[in-house]
Design a protein around this ligand. Structure first.
Ligand SMILES: [Mg+2]
Length: 280
């Protein structure tokens, strides 16, 4: 890490952490998490200094409060309000645009933040008219009738939006397929419409996290984003002009760093979160 980047970490106005592969690894079988080395101590140290933080996963299998509970079980001191998923930022985006009727291709965890925001969530294959947007997320139960209903809504004028559009995420057992990526591909093939991403790496996701942390616009360039996925956290950092710290404990492989596009390159790479703990 260069002295300049170390200074940016020391002067951070807030921290956005990724979850899987960055501070913890999920166990697909148990649904639980285990903390990665130094993660619990680092988050505690940041909070002790009064610096705001949030954990923003691109997973939507559970509502934010359930992820927060899982991380607390793994030993983290994390409030429900410090945990976000793409459905947190999707709900904010829909509300801002006055979109009230959304067909959700996802499980209960995908829909929960939308429902809490007062949005009418239409079931995947439910017959409905005047659907304003189709929203895809974690949905391994996806079936052909769901595809037909989603495409019909799009042909009738609904926007196509998604929690996440990356093919893989890190688990304790290696990489797993991102469900919405595959569903988006099918919808795009049928309708010609590519899904608008509302989770990471979108500006919508960043702004929703900054809002939740109470960080003023003028201070958002001093937010530090820590993650293991070049296409998600590092792209988001580069897009919004924040600082991206890359972890090698998940998707990002040191050998592949040289081949990364400039728009997805971390400002610094660390192998353990203890490297950040020493700076703050
Ligand atoms: Mg990750």
């Amino acid at each position: 890490m260069t002295p300049d980047i170390a200074d940016r970490v020391r002067q951070a106005s807030g921290f956005i952490f990724d979850m899987d592969g960055t501070i913890a690894l999920g166990d697909a079988a148990s649904g639980g998490h285990r903390a990665l080395p130094g993660a619990i101590e680092l988050l505690a140290a940041i909070k002790a200094r009064g610096i705001p933080l949030c954990v923003f996963t691109n997973g939507t299998a559970k509502p934010p409060a359930a992820y927060a509970r899982s991380l607390r079980s793994a030993g983290f001191d994390l409030a429900d309000g410090e945990m976000m998923t793409p459905s947190s930022s999707a709900a904010a985006w829909f509300v801002k645009r006055g979109i009230r009727r959304v067909r959700v291709l996802g499980n209960a965890g995908v829909a929960a933040p939308l429902r809490e925001a007062g949005i009418t969530c239409i079931g995947p294959a439910e017959r409905a008219s005047e659907v304003e947007a189709v929203y895809t997320g974690w949905f391994r139960e996806f079936t052909f009738p769901d595809l037909e209903a989603a495409c019909q809504s799009v042909w009738d004028g609904a926007l196509v939006t998604t929690a996440s559009h990356v093919p893989f995420f890190a688990t304790a057992h290696g990489r797993a397929i991102g469900a919405s990526f595959a569903i988006n591909a099918m919808i795009a093939a049928m309708t010609g419409k590519r899904a608008k991403v509302l989770g990471k790496p979108s500006r919508t996701a960043f702004d929703t996290a900054a809002d939740a942390m109470g960080i003023a616009r003028a201070d958002r360039g001093r937010i530090v984003i820590v993650g293991d996925d070049p296409a998600l956290e590092m792209r988001m950092a580069r897009t919004v002009g924040a600082t991206g710290i890359g972890m090698t404990t998940g998707i990002m492989k040191p050998a592949a760093l040289a081949t990364l596009k400039p728009a997805e390159r971390p400002h610094a790479i660390i192998e353990t979160l203890r490297a950040l703990h020493d700076l703050i």
